[in-house]
Write a protein that binds this ligand. Structure first.
Ligand code: ZN
Length: 324
């Protein structure tokens, strides 16, 4: 080594090393993560957007005058039924010639109180047999949650029974898409609407209930829908729906294979950094760790002073693609 380092070169090298270390630390502290195993491919700026949105949830910039009466929020949060619209007049909302006239709902103003410590548990991709176990645990702890349903597991009859259970037990039922196939649903606007319409029709047939909350598979902006996410989010909003993303992903679908104890610890730690968190779980047949972690998580967060509520139409949504 006949290297002759000048002080300037040494300083530059140190600067580069420091920058690399800082970036690594930043990366480790990121909380928000898309729900799919290939999420590592999500561009950096998406994570940054998710973080920015997460801050917006925990540090709301809102006029105190418009932070609504908590009583009203409580009342609507206590029943999943409040998160949808009555069926009779839905078709009146559709313009002539709309191919999906049943895919409309009445938009409601958001009146949630942003001053409390609240955790909103959400379960995607079911219903499945694990939905039954999760409903039992939620009942045991008297906690309400939101379920964004798909048509992926079980028979039509089994899904119908579980959808009715979700609503009968006071939880919120939202739409996730029928097939959950990224290639299919994000191929075009119409492909997405047709798939969403299919799960909406199944929910209506099973329960008579018209959902008004949506969760996009992979979140409102992800590597599969980036080319059309602005159009998709604007279109479902035009139809009256409110879509909710998440601030905390417990990592259950990121291929981490966390134990129940690890999943509980990571999720609790992430929630405890914020006043409010929307937490993403999956009530799929393979998510046994989530089922096993759930009771302990509820106890831990209650001990820290958090309340649990179901997302509903009064809740200001946490969104990766924001609607103004
Ligand atoms: Zn999903």
């Amino acid at each position: 080594m006949k290297q002759k380092k000048t002080p300037v070169r040494a300083a530059l090298l140190a600067l580069v090393l420091l920058t690399v270390a800082a970036l690594a630390v930043l990366n480790l502290t990121r909380q928000s993560a898309p729900e799919q195993p290939d999420a590592s491919a999500v561009p950096e700026r998406l994570s940054a957007m998710a973080e920015e949105s997460a801050r917006a949830v925990s540090e709301p910039e809102r006029d105190p005058a418009d932070t609504a009466d908590p009583e009203g929020a409580d009342a609507s949060a206590s029943t999943g039924q409040a998160a949808g619209s009555a069926g009779a007049s839905i078709s009146d909302l559709a313009p002539e010639g709309d191919p999906y006239p049943g895919l409309y709902t009445r938009y409601e103003e958001k009146t949630d109180d942003n001053t409390q410590k609240i955790v909103y548990l959400t379960f995607d991709d079911g219903p499945s047999e694990n939905t039954d176990r999760i409903l039992e645990i939620l009942k045991q702890y008297d906690v309400k949650a939101a379920f964004f349903v798909s048509g992926q597991y079980g028979t039509t009859e089994e899904r119908a029974r579980r959808m009715r259970d979700i609503l009968d037990q006071g939880h919120t039922l939202g739409l996730h898409t029928y097939s959950h196939s990224y290639e299919k649903i994000y191929a075009s606007m119409d492909a997405y609407l047709a798939d969403l319409n299919k799960i909406n029709e199944e929910v209506v047939a099973a329960t008579g209930y018209h959902a008004s909350l949506i969760r996009f598979p992979g979140g409102s902006r992800n590597q599969h829908n980036e080319h059309i996410c602005e159009e998709l989010t604007a279109e479902v909003t035009r139809r009256g729906y409110t879509y909710h993303d998440w601030a905390v992903s417990c990592g259950d679908a990121e291929g981490k294979n966390l134990s129940a104890a690890q999943e509980m610890r990571e999720t609790a730690d992430a929630c405890e950094k914020r006043a409010k968190s929307v937490v993403l779980f999956h009530d799929t047949p393979s998510q046994n760790a989530t089922v096993e972690a759930l009771g302990g998580l509820i106890e831990e967060l209650r001990n820290q002073g958090y309340e649990f509520r179901a997302l509903d139409n009064s809740i200001r949504p946490f969104q990766f693609v924001k609607q103004e």
